[in-house]
Design a protein around this ligand. Structure first.
Ligand code: NA7
Length: 541
């Protein structure tokens, strides 16, 4: 490998992924005069919204909030049509962003990054792709998404299934025709709950294989009116500023007060109002719902009562009623006609905890000794969440350290932005940052801007290497865990948790609040990047 100064990298930065994170990162790096490209596995932009084309795919954060704020012009000119945008509209928006900021010319599509190796002598990354490229860059920025590595079950016999198998996160571009088909849907998280009513509309039969029932609230989706859009447009600056300082990164916050302290009558009235207020409504009904077990139990019981009202068959309702974990600790799903779909004569629910899937046959699934004849499988089985897209790449840091090994006991990072032992490698909304437990577009903007400021500061000081110290990373991980333990989130078995080799859970997102987190990141930068070791003596005070 070359020595420092002898060999200049091909680029200042390689960005991996052309979703919300990567697109803005490229734009921002261009603005500060750095040479960067994006490498993207798909043949176009969009990330999550490129891949997740299943019927019913829709955002569960209001469209007017789930979009970029960095360009006032973009914010003014784009008009969302629905309160919660459907996948095609969000993809159109990201296509528009790519064109509007002329981003495509620096994106290498249909190319997957397979390996990245740190060159300690030259302070740069060697990046390898499946197209045979070998590119060097001073910085490598992983905008690979938190939910982008699909998880496929390995039931015995699955390879012998004769019909098509579609994962919701790898949905065919041309769509899928369910007419006359007996469709098995596995998984009842956000994706399954959105897809099932749509599939049931045209399929001959749908068999839903449920492992853990999810709490779900009505999306209360509707077209946006011009007046609503204008009102938000007029207040956008203030609303965005408040969201940046808030706990979850949304407009507005939870109602003050404790659910446990309210009277039964008041509570019911509050929950009834909140039920129809959209996806975040119910959890915002009282400010202590995600930290106080007693309060949470009241909201959970209210939501269970709704399932009993909506699902006609008492046995199906019983199976669909979540028990044993706090509401909100597992992602609260947003539904449009899900519970009603379970009343249809062509829909059957199989509880795979009571009657586990034994095997897949060429034309069906056997569960609990019973055979369900099927022509097609839809896997709504989720993702290798938060770490999967990163560990899929063979990343080698300083001293031959492998990221896969480094994270074998759950992901470790400083601020969810960088990893000790992996200089000049940044993550956009990595584990250890608010990421999936926030308005992720807002969190992406915060990370992109922080990274761009950091790289500009590095350039201005002729520094070529930045890496968090072991101590800073350890302290941050302890803090992430300590904060999580003050909430009810770790009480559910979810994809928010990573796992150590000996089976202990590691809570991955940072739940100390989007506003306080932003402040902390800003203070660290202001104070000279405390907790980071930086080359050429420009070290933290
Ligand atoms: P999720 O939320 O991870 O849901 C996956 C579902 O698939 C969940 O119900 C799982 O049950 C179920 N699953 C996974 N593997 C199996 C097997 N082997 N057998 C039976 N059932 C299984 O993914 P989604 O795509 O729905 O949503 C991801 C996020 O996207 C969502 O939170 C939003 O942020 C958008 P389990 O719960 O593990 O018992």
């Amino acid at each position: 490998m070359a020595s420092k100064g002898e060999m200049m990298p091909d680029l200042d930065a390689i960005i991996v992924g052309a979703g919300f994170g990567g697109l803005y990162m490229l734009h921002k790096l261009r603005q500060i005069g750095l040479r960067a490209i994006i490498i993207e596995a798909a043949d176009s932009v969009g990330g999550t919204w490129y891949w997740n084309r299943y019927p019913g795919a829709r955002c569960d954060i209001p469209s007017l909030e789930y979009c970029y704020s960095f360009s006032p012009e973009l914010q003014r000119e784009w008009h969302w049509t629905e309160r919660y945008a459907a996948q095609p509209e969000i993809l159109r928006y990201l296509d528009h962003v790519a064109d509007r900021f002329d981003l495509r010319r620096d994106i290498r599509f249909s190319t997957r990054v397979t390996a990245a190796q740190w060159d300690e002598a030259a302070d740069m990354w060697h990046v390898t792709t499946d197209a045979g490229d070998r590119i060097t860059a001073r910085y490598c920025i992983m905008a690979t998404g938190n939910l982008s590595m699909a998880k496929t079950p390995d039931w015995p016999g699955i390879e012998a299934f004769a019909g098509p198998i579609h994962h919701t996160a790898q949905w065919p571009r041309e769509g899928v025709d369910f007419a006359g088909k007996r469709v098995g849907v596995i998984g009842t998280g956000s994706s399954g709950i959105q897809a099932i009513p749509e599939i049931a509309r045209t399929a001959e039969q749908v068999v839903v294989f449920q492992r853990t029932p999810s709490f779900a609230v009505p999306a209360s989706n509707r077209p946006l009116t011009e007046a609503e859009i204008a009102a938000t447009q007029a207040e956008y600056d203030r609303l965005r500023e408040e969201a940046r300082a808030s706990f979850l990164g949304f407009f507005g916050g939870p109602n003050p007060g404790s659910a446990a302290a309210a009277s039964e009558e008041e509570r019911q009235a509050t929950y009834e109002r909140a039920w129809n207020a959209g996806t975040t409504g119910l959890l915002q009904a009282y400010e202590d719902l995600l930290v106080n077990e007693e309060s949470n139990a009241t909201a959970a019981e209210f939501a269970r009562g709704k399932i009993r009202e909506l699902v006609k068959d008492p046995e199906t309702a019983r199976r669909m009623t979540p028990q044993g974990y706090p509401i909100g600790a597992r992602r609260l799903c947003s539904e449009i006609g899900y519970f009603e779909a379970m009343n249809r004569p062509n829909v059957t629910l199989v509880d795979v905890r009571e009657t586990p899937i034994e095997r897949v046959e060429a034309d069906g699934i056997v569960a609990g000794g019973q055979r369900y004849p099927l022509d097609m499988l839809v896997l709504a089985t989720g993702f290798h969440a938060m770490t999967g897209a990163l560990t899929a790449i063979d990343i080698t840091g300083a001293d031959g350290l492998k990221l896969r090994e480094q994270w074998a006991d759950g992901p470790r990072s400083y601020l969810g932005l960088m990893i000790a032992g992996f200089p000049n490698l940044f993550m956009v909304t990595g584990p250890g940052s608010p990421s999936v437990l926030s308005n992720v577009v807002l969190s992406i903007e915060q990370h992109v801007e922080w990274i761009a400021d950091c790289l500009a500061a590095m350039r201005d000081r002729d520094a070529t290497r930045i890496v968090p110290t072991d101590e800073a990373e350890r302290d941050w991980m302890e803090h992430v865990d300590a904060v999580a333990q003050t909430t009810l989130f770790p009480r559910a078995n979810t994809w928010y948790q990573g796992r150590t080799r000996d089976g202990r859970n590691v809570f991955m997102p940072y739940v100390g609040g989007v506003g306080p987190y932003r402040e902390r990141c800003a203070a660290i930068a202001r104070d000279g990047y405390t907790g980071f070791a930086i080359s050429n003596e420009w070290t933290a005070a």
